[in-house]
Write a protein that binds this ligand. Structure first.
Ligand code: PLP
Length: 411
């Protein structure tokens, strides 16, 4: 492929999720009530024990090893082996300032082409463009649970000349909110064709039925597991993520570490020390409550939007839904989202930002517009949450859903 030009870089749009946040802020400043269903940020505070570990370690000021703090890497490997049934050592772990940065460097280090399910998270494709990796889209739909069907994946691979391929997988999924049910079948195809899988498991602890499986269990030698602090413990702004890279992909790991050392050097020392507590400590009651709230809010939105005007799937995890507006007649999903924002104040992201064809009237809805701290402090283990709790602690969700429903009824 030809080198990307400065002009092509100038043409890149700012990350879609960040752009909608900026647009919503401007409208809000002008006095409009905005329902922030566009931006996917955890609404919950970081667990107290992890915050306190950060405070205790604020005096740590030295540069840390390029690959990441050894003690943290050891805890992450232990954590994955215990919870994900993996077999990693600390040598397999690389720490970065968020998984996004590690993915970007991986795309640069990887010499081959990229397979992306459509829909996929907004940053995979622009990162591939900057890294000059050709992208092959794998179309999915509601009937395939928004994940690639294994036989279609194999058909696609056979049509591609380049044999070094990187497949991006993300379950629980952003934007669909679904958990992949055909991991084993996809892993079999990947193994047969020696694909590298980058398994983005950033939402894995937020799986509502608490029965998470990683594709690395079916294809350990070819799967990179990607996760971090951003979603399960509300620490997106701390910027800490990791990759677990199997021994078989050692060359790629070495290139990745070199690129990291020439760009960000190492992740902030206090954050790495604090993250030891995140992976060593027991945060199960916090996570259980977070999951319970998200599942209750997600199901409320699902049940209240699901109608003869809007189709959507019951959420399995993470914090997104992917509604389709059946009678909407716009030239593109972004035009539809602009109309929704203008008429109702509900900010959504168009399906086209995730690689879906423009004419599909689908948008991503993030159900995180509530005060997670207040909700969490009124949620304890066994108490069931009901609509009254939701009205009290997530009023923007209730009102935004009702505005969206009114809008869809006028179509
Ligand atoms: C699917 C997915 N992967 C990765 C990321 C980036 O996470 P991090 O904060 O670790 O860079 C996000 C954040 O929105 C995401 O939704």
């Amino acid at each position: 492929m030809n080198k990307i030009t400065k002009n092509q870089i100038e043409q890149l749009k700012p990350s879609a999720t960040l752009a909608i946040n900026e647009k919503s802020k401007i409208l809000e400043k002008g006095g409009k009530k905005i329902y922030r269903f566009g931006f996917g940020q955890s609404p919950f505070p970081v667990p107290e024990a992890i915050v306190s570990s950060l405070k205790k370690n604020s005096n740590k000021h030295q540069y840390l090893p390029m690959q990441g703090l050894e003690e943290l890497r050891l805890e992450i490997a232990n954590y994955l082996n215990k919870n994900n049934n993996n077999n990693f050592t600390k040598e397999n772990i690389v720490i970065g300032p968020g998984t996004k940065e590690l993915m970007f460097h991986t795309q640069i280090a990887f010499a081959g082409e990229v397979l992306l399910p459509a829909p996929s998270w907004v940053s995979y494709q622009p990162q591939a463009v900057v890294a000059q990796n050709k992208v092959h889209w794998l179309q999915t739909n509601r009937d395939t649970n928004w994940f690639p069907a294994a036989d279609l994946l194999e058909e696609k691979i056979k049509k591609i000349k380049e044999k070094k391929l990187l497949l991006l997988m993300n379950s629980p999924n952003n934007p669909s909110g679904k958990v992949c049910k055909n991991l084993k079948e996809i892993a079999e195809v990947a193994k047969k064709h020696k694909l590298i899988i980058l398994s983005d498991e950033i939402y894995s602890q937020l799986t509502f039925n608490n029965d998470y499986k990683s594709i690395s269990n079916f294809y350990p030698e070819g799967t990179i597991v990607s996760s971090g602090l951003s979603k399960w413990c509300g620490a997106g702004g701390w910027r800490l993520g990791f990759f677990a890279i199997p021994n078989e992909l050692d060359e790629l790991k070495k290139s990745l570490i070199k690129l990291c050392s020439e760009s960000f050097t190492s992740v902030s020392a206090p954050i790495q020390y604090a993250a030891i507590e995140a992976y060593k400590g027991d945060h199960s009651s916090y996570i259980d409550n977070v999951r319970k709230i998200l599942s209750c809010v997600g199901n409320y939105v699902y049940e209240n939007l699901n109608s003869n005007k809007i189709i959507l799937d019951k959420p399995d995890g993470g914090f997104y839904l992917f509604p389709e507006f059946l009678n909407a007649k716009f030239s593109s999903s972004s035009e539809m989202c602009e109309d929704i924002l203008k008429k109702t104040g509900v900010a959504l992201l168009p399906g086209s930002d995730f690689g879906l064809e423009n004419h599909k009237m689908i948008a991503r809805l993030s159900y995180t517009d509530f005060d997670g701290g207040a909700f969490l402090s009124h949620t304890s283990g066994s108490k069931k949450l009901d609509d009254a709790d939701l009205r009290k602690y997530a009023p923007n969700i209730v009102d935004g859903v009702s505005k969206l429903k009114e809008w869809s009824n006028l179509l």
